[in-house]
Design a protein around this ligand. Structure first.
Ligand code: KG4
Ligand code: ZN
Length: 361
């Protein structure tokens, strides 16, 4: 089954063709990062306009690369939300019209669910060792807009364990990136800078609410005050070494909290698998931290899934699939469609929902 996935929830215009929810035939992502770097963050109206410029070329390119025609597509999956209304509209409109003209099933996909399903995409560089998920699974979604701990009981069956009380982890990376004068989005730049720093030089408090919830706004304020103290009330600039040590310290506490809560939840709910999903799962320090907690380090490079002495399998997506893309949307769409195909034939147009929550299906 060939699914055309379309994703425009934030600042990436993306389209992809995926066969049977596993095999990527093409995966085109046009990132607006350069545009938004100028303003240090996403301006919704600007993002919306950029999607309108790119959506048709991106869809054309993905079909060309997959060497298929629109007529050969079996269904269309599109991100319905959550995201920016002005961004979602472009993808949803394109999908609604394509489905109507081509008379194909149309599957609305929750963006966060898309991130979760990215763990099941197979590729030569990233063979998924165990094809079938072993439920129950504990998933940590951590991106620019989402930060949740989810107990995944079966396809379409979720129980929410906790979420952020304020900022999402990616948002905290981006805000601290700004404090350190790093380009947008801060996450990958903090990771790079942290490699040159020593986290012990400027220790930061661990933002650790007692429940499975998270809270990251305090850590951003702690970094702000730390910079003010080091620079004597911003009278001078931070040195390169100081910036690197702050980045290392910030990344350390972030990874510590995310990893600890994920493992605690996995233990409490006897999870057979542990998954990372969303942009922050690209962070190698976070992956390594979890790996150390679930199994020895030397297995790290063998692939995305491992079974080690009865410990849970740990999956994280290939780097190219951690941040926003449409292959993950097509894959989530495939699993939804497979469960109840009739539901998506001649369905009503998809209406974007900026605050869409994950629902059971
Ligand atoms: O999933 P995503 O592309 O978009 C949303 O759905 O939000 O995630 C983007 C977020 C940004 O906040 C970015 O800073 C963060 O993921 N991110 C990272 C890394 N790569 C991306 N955070 C930490 N370390 C990284 N290597
Ligand atoms: Zn995302």
């Amino acid at each position: 089954m060939l699914i055309l996935g379309i994703e425009t929830s934030c600042d990436e215009t993306a389209a992809s063709v995926v066969r049977s929810g596993r095999e990527i035939l093409s995966n085109i992502v046009f990132s607006q990062i350069k545009t938004h770097a100028k303003t240090g963050g996403v301006v919704p109206e600007v993002a919306g306009r950029e999607h309108a410029v790119k959506i048709v070329p991106v869809i054309k390119k993905t079909l060309k690369e997959a060497k298929i025609t629109l007529a050969e597509i079996d269904a269309i999956a599109v991100t319905q939300g959550p995201g920016l209304q002005t961004s979602l509209l472009t993808g949803v409109n394109a999908a609604n019209i394509l489905a109507m003209v081509l008379k194909k099933p149309l599957i609305p996909v929750n963006h966060v669910e898309g991130h979760i399903y990215a763990n099941f995409i197979n590729s030569d560089q990233w063979p998924v060792i165990s094809d079938q998920p072993n439920f129950p699974i504990v998933v940590l979604t951590a991106s620019g807009g989402h930060n949740e701990l989810i107990l995944w009981l079966d396809h379409g069956k979720y129980k929410f364990l906790g979420s952020t009380l304020d900022d999402a982890a990616g948002e905290a990376f981006d805000k601290v990136g700004r404090l350190l004068d790093l380009p947008y989005p801060g996450g990958p730049f903090i990771e790079k800078l942290a490699k040159k720093g020593d986290p012990k030089v400027f220790p930061l408090p661990l933002p650790y609410p007692k429940t499975f919830n998270f809270s990251f706004s305090g850590i951003k304020t702690a970094v702000l005050y730390l910079i003010r103290d080091i620079t004597n009330g911003n009278k001078r600039k931070l040195t390169a070494k100081e910036r690197a040590c702050i980045a290392a310290s910030f990344q350390k506490v972030m990874c510590e909290v995310l990893a600890r809560k994920l493992i605690l939840a996995a233990e409490k709910y006897k999870a057979k698998e542990i998954h990372l999903a969303g942009g922050v799962s690209a962070n190698s320090a976070l992956r390594e931290k979890i790996v150390v907690m679930v199994r020895p380090l030397d297995n790290l490079r063998a692939g995305s899934a491992h079974h080690d002495r009865g410990k849970p399998i740990f999956r994280f997506p290939h780097l190219s699939l951690c941040t926003d893309n449409a292959a993950m949307v097509a894959t989530a769409g495939f699993f939804k469609f497979s469960k109840s195909p009739g539901k998506y034939e001649n369905s009503a147009p998809v209406i974007p929902d900026p605050n869409l929550k994950i629902k059971n299906w």
